[in-house]
Design a protein around this ligand. Structure first.
Ligand SMILES: Nc1ncnc2c1ncn2[C@@H]1O[C@H](COP(=O)(O)OP(=O)(O)O)[C@@H](O)[C@H]1O
Ligand SMILES: [Mg+2]
Length: 366
């Protein structure tokens, strides 16, 4: 019996889910309103709005349904969950779609997070700027990704232009954290309750977009890993979660603050394809199918670089020892994630040298 998994969203995450599912004998159907999204090369693609009744009808015929995009309408996920098993549960989607609910969820679970205030009106915004202080970031509560829908505030003048740019929809104002580094935890829980976590990854963002991930994170201590895994487990249990959950963290003064969650496989987990015993994509599928989870240990010191806006010469990339190129089949456009390269090294030092060479190829402008 070949299970068919329906996936809402057919971007690169869907494409990599399909690539990891075929060896397990899984089939896929994708729904995505885009004309020829990355996953359409691999499996049937229904070019429909997420809430189109024809999409719901087709997906309800699948053995289970998951998402690779967190802004699918919650109502679609809820409607589907009446007729087919949907993972992760729509409740996790509900919280992850709204930064304020996310912050409240962290607070309820006792997970430290930057101070923040929900803001709907200019009066509330002005009060929030006074409360949070001069170093803050305003974010739309919903629909933000890759740093979109955010404005940094470092002065009163910034505050006025942030409101002019974002005001009118529900926002949060959050303290700007002078973090030492950004980390992320990829955690997974199966429908049988088994939990596994990958080693923490260290992430570098530019203009709100992930550029480089190093995993396991340099100078990773057991204490830091344990702290992150404790937060991960609290979140997974809270939602009786099934599948991969990503938790983005700031490290400051040796402590971790939770930034946000993503109820799906995550860009900072792409290194697991070549760098861990089992990839995040395979484990997401195993979780949803009720199969035992695969081991999450790193098998090398992995470095992952996103290819954003332009694709360097593939031959030059592949000359680098230990480099693996992934292209998503997208048309180049400024700021667009077109692919990534993961390189595997034996030691953190070797990784550092190789990543430096790779950076020079991928981002020739200093
Ligand atoms: N409170 C904050 N303090 C410092 N940097 C932040 C803060 N919030 C966001 N950032 C920076 O902006 C990036 C994107 O913000 P994030 O809240 O993760 O939104 P997105 O949904 O776009 O990923 C973060 O990875 C971090 O680099
Ligand atoms: Mg983020």
């Amino acid at each position: 019996v070949t299970p068919t998994i329906g996936i809402l969203g057919a971007g690169q995450l869907g494409r990599m889910l399909a690539l990891s599912g075929y060896p397990l004998g899984v089939k896929f159907v994708f729904v995505d309103p885009a004309p020829s999204p990355p996953a359409a090369d691999l499996a049937p693609h229904l070019q429909l709005a997420y809430d189109d009744p024809k999409a719901l009808q087709a997906l309800s015929q699948c053995d289970s349904v998951t998402y690779e995009f967190e802004n699918v309408p919650e109502a679609t996920a809820r409607a589907l969950s009446g007729s087919v098993s949907v993972f992760p549960a729509p409740e996790a989607l509900h919280v992850a779609q709204d930064r304020w609910l996310e912050k409240q969820c962290f607070a309820e679970l006792g997970i430290p997070t930057p101070r923040s205030v929900a803001v709907d009106t200019l009066t509330e915004f002005d009060a929030a700027v006074r409360e949070i202080g001069p170093h803050a970031v305003a974010k739309t509560r919903r629909m933000g990704y890759d740093g979109k829908g955010q404005r940094l505030i470092r002065s009163t003048r910034d505050a006025a232009s942030a409101w002019a740019a974002l005001g009118g929809v529900p926002l949060i104002l959050e303290e700007l954290v002078p973090f030492e580094r950004e980390l992320s935890l990829i955690a997974v829980r199966s429908s049988t309750g088994q939990i596994a976590c990958y080693p923490l990854a260290q992430n570098e963002h530019h203009d709100g977009i992930l550029r480089v991930t190093l995993a396991p994170a340099p100078r990773l201590t057991p204490a830091l890993q344990l702290e992150a895994e404790r937060y991960g487990a609290l979140l997974l249990e809270r939602f009786q979660y099934v599948g991969v959950l990503a938790l983005e963290l700031f490290q400051i003064d040796g402590r971790l603050l939770a930034n946000e969650i993503a109820p799906r496989v995550h860009n900072s987990g792409h290194w697991t394809i070549e760098g861990a015993v089992t990839s995040q994509f395979e484990n997401h599928l195993r979780a949803g199918l009720g199969l035992p989870l695969g081991a999450t240990q790193a098998t090398c010191a992995a470095g992952m670089i996103n290819l954003i806006g332009q694709i360097p010469d593939p031959a030059t990339i592949l000359e680098l020892p230990g480099a693996h190129l992934h292209l998503y089949g997208k048309t180049p456009r400024a700021g667009r994630k077109l692919g990534h390269v993961t390189l595997c090294a034996r030691t953190a030092e070797e990784r550092q040298q190789r990543v430096a060479r790779l950076r020079a190829l991928c981002d020739p402008s200093p």
